[in-house]
Structure formats: C-alpha cells, structure tokens
Design a protein around this ligand. Structure first.
Ligand code: ZN
Length: 277
C-alpha cells in the first residue's frame, strides 16, 4: 500500500467517524464520505497524524504522491495541485454548478512555503506595491507593515493554501463577485457548496469573526479534511516553527496563529473531539 493510499484511507475513516458521531454536519459531508467503508472501526477511529511539514508547506506538491494535478477544464492554468479527495469533491461540485449554468474554475490551489514566501517578500521589500504603496519606504514599523500585508496575504508557514484543501475560484477581485456573473456564482456557492464539503473560511469580519484576513468570496475550503489540519495546526505549531522570511519576528507579537490561522468562519473551527483510547 502506498503512503498516499494509507493517508487517504485514514482520512476517510476519520471523516466517516466524525459524521457518524455528529461531530460535523452530515449535510455538509460529501457523498463519497458517507456510508460504509471497509476500514471503518468506530472504536479505533482516530485522526491521522499530519506531519508538520504538511501543516507548514515544506514540500513540493508537484513531486509529492499525496497531491494530484488539477486538469482542464477545472483549472485556469497548469501546475495547480490538490489533495486527491479535495479534487474529486471539487469535480462533483463543478458538475452540479455547470448543470445550473455556473462555471467554477480554480485559479489558485496548493501553494507551498517557498511560493508563499515569494508573495510575502515581494510585498515586504516593496518590490510589489500594496494599495499603491512601497511598504518598505512608507511603513518602517515591522508590526504595522506585517498587519497591512496580512489583510490579504498569509505569512509563509501559516497559509491554508499549504494544505491542499483550499482553493480560489474564478477571480481574486472582490468587485467580480458583486455584480452579474460573479454575483450569481457566489450566490450559487453560498447555497450549494456545503453539500460538497466546501465552506468559505474568510466570511465578512464581525461578531462571529473579529480577527483575521479581510473577507474573501473567492476562497473556499474542503472542510472535512481542512478541519483536521486546523485542529492539528493549533496543537502542533509554535512560533519557533514560523520562521525563514523577513518580518517573521512579528508573528508572535501579532499572535498570527490565534488571530489569522484561527481567525476563520466558526463553521471551520468546530473541531473533532479526540476519541478516548
Ligand atoms: Zn485563497
């Protein structure tokens, strides 16, 4: 049995366990995760241990057997990768959307630490302008500079895009989702994505979500698996793990884990209770 198959089966067993014990909303569980599974053992079901390198993005999805390439017509460009179960759930959602006249295309999927570091460094050093500003010149205070970048970009090692569970759909321009085709697409997702396991983690900021990134109507997460990642990230990752880029010393000062990694839609935070041995 390959490493991937083992990984996939353990995740499936765990999700079946959560659904059967009411630990996640069965209505939100994708079809292929319901029903009997040959490996299902209620008494022994336990969350698979996710290695820190997968939580932090220290791997290459192009050469890692846990990840599959997203093909046309599901991707708008080459070299996009997802966890296999996430990809299959997306294909089901894509078909259902198409039948309703809605086109869903993945424009960003798994981004590893190095990829995220390029985004972060370009904004930190001023090579890429943020709101028309060179932050290296206009915002000398490192905490303040990090907070501005954190409106929309994660620190390397803290992005949900490291996990292979999260996707950006159709456009990363908020205006696209406010009228016409984009609005119809967003309304379809709000209404139907949950049936396929997908949830919007970055909902509008407010009482339910006081901290974290700004609202992202394009960003959707495959919650049955992402929940497990979120839970283990909280348990395993410490600030000494978030390092290797400019401004990483600001992470504990901002409390990036509490306020950003966990600053998400509460529906993505309902963590499974670890079964007693
Ligand atoms: Zn995203």
């Amino acid at each position: 049995m390959t490493h991937y198959k083992r990984f996939s089966i353990v995740i499936t067993v765990f999700v079946v366990f959560m659904v059967n014990f009411g630990m996640c909303n069965p209505a939100a569980a994708p079809d292929e995760m319901k029903g009997e599974h040959p490996g299902r053992k209620k008494d022994h079901a336990k969350a698979p241990e996710i290695e820190k390198k997968y939580l932090l993005g220290h791997f290459d999805p192009a050469s890692d057997g846990n990840f599959v390439k997203v093909k046309a017509p599901y991707a708008h460009r080459d070299h996009l990768y997802l966890l296999r179960d996430v990809y299959h759930a997306f294909i089901k959602m894509h078909k259902a959307a198409k039948a309703d006249g809605i086109s869903l295309v993945i424009i960003s999927a798994t981004r590893n630490f190095d990829y995220q570091k390029k985004i972060w460094q370009s904004k930190w050093t001023g090579r890429r302008r943020v709101d028309g500003k060179n932050l290296a010149k206009t915002v000398p205070d490192p905490v303040e500079r990090a907070r501005i970048i954190l409106k929309y970009s994660a620190m390397p090692g803290t992005s949900r895009h490291h996990w292979g569970t999260d996707i950006d759909i159709n456009s990363v321009n908020k205006a696209y989702f406010e009228t016409g085709e984009g609005l119809k697409t967003y309304q379809w997702l709000v209404r139907h994505a949950g049936r396929f396991g997908f949830v919007q983690p970055y909902t509008p900021k407010g009482k339910d979500r006081p901290h974290g990134y700004e609202e992202e109507p394009w960003h959707w997460t495959y919650n049955p698996i992402a929940k497990i990642y979120t839970h283990q990230y909280r348990n395993k990752i410490r600030y000494e793990d978030i390092t290797g880029f400019d401004g990483s010393e600001t992470a504990p000062r901002i409390d990036v884990i509490k306020h950003y990694v966990l600053g998400i839609n509460p529906a993505c935070l309902k963590v499974p209770i670890e079964p007693k041995p």
